[in-house]
Design a protein around this ligand. Structure first.
Ligand SMILES: *Cc1c(COP(=O)(O)O)cnc(C)c1O
Length: 428
């Protein structure tokens, strides 16, 4: 293991060309791997060897991506998945089953809220949703004997709240469960939750990690510090003999990578939610420039937020990097290099004005996405949240006039000019 700084690791970690080999990570497009004798294959099935066998369980391109992200997040191992949703799903299923309970912040990404509140519920796993500003005592008060995990987002999507990760970690560890942080909106460049006490980090690599809106994917990163033996009664699957592997005990055998080995050996094996080689290559390529892009996205977002704040057609602006924002203090602590590229603002004149402003934009494109190099906008009230009544929209923090912007890496003068002309035409 090398000891390079973060920006160097963005470019160098995960793959090093050997003499005479391709300089750039190759896409290894294969379903299966050849062996010359049967005992070598038997070793793979017994988890005695970590070599490749069949691409549902892993492949060299995904392996390089996993290694790079593990380095960037400061983890011991990582597992790439077919989508961010799959990363969240299998992280929970690796340690919880029917009859169990988890605690999650209420203001998490809508897809994850549905996954936990509806789909996991059907599978017998119950979720208690809590305020993301809960204190340690308030979180602990929600714990039950069958609680298996605490979950939150470092930077909430789309609420743009900053989580007090240290407070949540303290609560999780008093309950005796791991803290899982979805770090998608911050990216490992802006925030490294493991350093603040989180036990696992999940990402939708679809967003900033890919960075160019090319491939859907996810990743789970293991911190390696959670002591499964201490809470052996809660997590028998981590410590007790596993019947599908001849009595193997994951924690005893694999130590600080046990969770990841189990995730691959059982969740990828049984559910097949593996990232494809091409998508892994695109995410890997995206990481090469993560540090450059996140600086620019954050810088542009702050400049656009400041411009909007002073525009006569704008009612309010929400951006954690904006002095005076409710999240500003926490952003200074948890996102010291920048507050990422997503902001929200309200156009004066309500829903119709919001919709009209969106239509007037020329450079910014209307897409259901964040984390692209291109400036992207969305008016949730008339699109993603249109099935909800206006009352329910407001309860969920979606004001009728709210426009969400994922600020791209274009010249800030062009971005500002686009929003200026779009706002000035509203109602004209
Ligand atoms: C997009 C997103 C997800 C889901 O990821 P997919 O790759 O779309 O499955 C999960 N969490 C957050 C915070 C997201 O922004």
């Amino acid at each position: 293991m090398t000891d390079y700084k973060f920006n160097t690791e963005c470019i160098q970690a995960g793959y090093t060309a050997q003499s005479g080999q391709p300089q750039v990570l190759p896409i290894v497009q294969n379903t299966t791997y050849r062996y010359y004798n049967a005992p070598d294959v038997a070793k793979l099935f017994d988890l005695e060897s970590g070599d490749f066998m069949y691409s549902r369980l892993g492949h060299p391109t995904g392996d390089a991506l996993e290694k790079k992200i593990a380095v960037l997040e400061g983890g011991t191992a990582a597992i790439a998945t077919s989508a961010g949703q799959a990363a969240n799903l299998i992280t929970i299923l690796n340690i919880a089953e029917a009859g169990d309970h988890i605690i999650a912040c209420a203001n998490i990404y809508g897809g994850t809220h549905n996954l936990f509140g509806v789909t996991l519920k059907k599978m017998g796993i119950e979720t208690t949703f809590i305020d993301q500003n809960s204190t340690k005592e308030e979180i602990i008060a929600q714990a039950k004997p069958n609680t298996k995990a605490l979950f939150g987002e470092s930077l909430g999507n789309p609420a743009l709240t900053v989580l007090d990760i240290e407070e949540f970690a303290a609560a999780a560890h008093e309950i005796g469960v791991p803290l899982i942080i979805d770090n998608t909106l911050a990216s490992p460049y802006l925030c490294q939750p493991l350093k603040h006490g989180a036990d696992f980090v999940v990402h939708s690599t679809t967003k900033w990690i890919d960075g160019h809106a090319t491939a859907v994917g996810g990743v789970v990163v293991e911190g390696g510090k959670f002591d499964w033996n201490k809470y052996a009664d809660k997590f028998p699957g981590m410590v007790e003999p596993d019947e599908s592997y001849h009595g193997l005990k994951f924690y005893e055998k694999f130590g600080d990578q046990a969770f990841s080995v189990k995730l691959r050996a059982q969740m990828l094996r049984d559910l097949g939610c593996t990232m494809a080689p091409m998508n892994a290559w695109l995410a890997f390529q995206g990481l090469d420039t993560l540090h450059l892009r996140m600086d620019r996205h954050s810088e542009n977002a702050l400049a656009l937020a400041q411009f909007l704040q002073n525009h006569p057609m704008v009612d309010w602006v929400k951006y954690p990097g904006l002095p005076g924002d409710s999240e500003y203090e926490r952003a200074q602590k948890y996102l010291p290099k920048g507050a990422s590229g997503v902001l929200a603002f309200g156009v004066k004149g309500g829903k119709a004005a919001g919709e009209e402003c969106l239509q007037n934009l020329k450079l910014a494109s209307i897409v259901v996405h964040v984390g692209d190099i291109r400036t992207s906008v969305l008016h949730p009230a008339s699109t993603t949240h249109r099935q909800l009544s206006e009352e329910d929209q407001i309860k969920g923090g979606i004001l009728p006039e709210l426009i969400r912007v994922s600020v791209g890496c274009e010249d800030i003068e062009d971005i500002i000019a686009d929003f200026d002309q779009a706002l000035n035409k509203v109602g004209k």
